[in-house]
Design a protein around this ligand. Sequence first.
Ligand code: C5P
Length: 224
Amino acid sequence: QQFTVVVPAAGVGKRMRSNMPKQYLPLLGKTLLEHCLDNLIAHPRIKHIVVAVHPHDPYFADLPIAQAPWLTRVNGGAERADSVLAGLRAIDDEWVLVHDAARPCLPHQDLDALLDLADEEQGGILAYAVRDTMKQANAAGFVATTLDRSHLWHALTPQFFPLAELREALTLALNANAVITDEASAMEWAGKPVKLVEGNPCNIKVTQPIDLMLAEFYLSKLLK
Ligand code: C5P
């Protein structure tokens, strides 16, 4: 069985302090977005990618992959969840993966482990266990409490769910103004199970300038 990935790439990337959205930053000769898409489509169980791009995006059309037969472009929305929903509307599969444009270092073994959930008929996400001690802060910037880290995980992407269930959960959560920062939060909000699949912490989301150096290291030293 082969699967489709929705890649939300319609963010404006304010945190990188760059004049260009982070998915277009150059890394080892191509943009972050191209690394992300090339890595996904190179996996034998991925057949198609839907990319949600900002309607006035000036960069995407100039990328060589913009013409690729395995790629569909849709217009993104105001929030990440709106962009993902726009992508979901363009496909008609039973299952769907959602992966951040800013995560170029996804190992194929992790993708395999996640896709195996389709056989168990339950959705889930890549994640890794928290290693640092986690503090909850109060409004004054002091520690309010120390959290029990044995139950805390970092949520990564891809996230993998039955398409109809994810579409319904995102629509309901958006209509209710729920806080949803990933697809799993919408599924949780709708009361659906979300399995945690242990992934490699090298699958970073490039968010700050230093992350570009880390991504370069992972791509050139670990994933080749
Ligand atoms: O801002 P953040 O790092 O959470 O964005 C995660 C992903 O969601 C990025 O790939 C970004 O381009 C995408 N996004 C989007 N549409 C938005 C906001 C973010 O596709 N309106």
